[in-house]
Design a protein around this ligand. Sequence first.
Ligand code: MTE
Ligand code: MO
Length: 241
Amino acid sequence: MNSELPERRGAPVGRRVFLGTLGLGALGVVAAPKLQSGLESFLGGASDLDPTGLTGLLPNGGGFRYYSVTSSVPRRNAETYRLSVDGLVDRPATYTLGDLQAMPQTRMVRDIQCVTGWRVPGTPLEGVRLSHLLDAAGVQPSAKAVRFTCFDGAYSESLTMEQARRADVLVALRMQDKDLGHAHGGPVRLYVAPMYFYKSAKWLSGITVTEDVQPGYWEERGYDIDAWVGRSNGRADEPTT
Ligand SMILES: Nc1nc2c(c(=O)[nH]1)N[C@H]1C(S)=C(S)[C@@H](COP(=O)(O)O)O[C@H]1N2
Ligand SMILES: [Mo]
């Protein structure tokens, strides 16, 4: 495996470059307690995202790290959020948050595992099964994969059709029994429970059914397309339970 991959050094390259430009690296230690409390209120929805992305270097109370490959992400709420389902389908659709909330919800409690090594055990995620949306759209026989795009304008992911139809792949609306906040990719993110967390695209805005798998953001930068926990990326983590 390529040891030059940016995320293996602890942070996505975009943010590192951004921090480096601002010269904030050394400030982190001093500023951490203040930023940490800022992040916590942010995660509660009360304040704006730290535009430096410095909060991304700090684990929050629950052991998560905030990841974004872009330095800022627009906000979407119940009024402005839209999810499109298109590509090789008979019935393309655009859903609001309310539409998604009205569909059958599935709740799962699994370990979340980032490929860089941090893990958050026993995390509840809840939302609509991706297979439900695919069935509603009517996938055409030539379709072998699904591509996901995000309203950060940069990130993308992909799954084979077989992976996408698994019961443990959700279009997630809630995490830790709360509506998904902006920092964690709200209002809607993908959740691919059996794979490393980079498959779980945040700020999900598009689901496109495609003929073949198109490598996602980190996959174009060397990570495995099939990102099974414990069986990919040269790692030997225990599978999530
Ligand atoms: N849109 C988008 N989704 C993303 C990422 C990202 O940078 N942008 N990072 C991925 C990675 S590497 C991880 S570990 C998780 C982090 O999710 P969190 O910020 O909720 O902890 O989101 C994944 N999904
Ligand atoms: Mo990650």
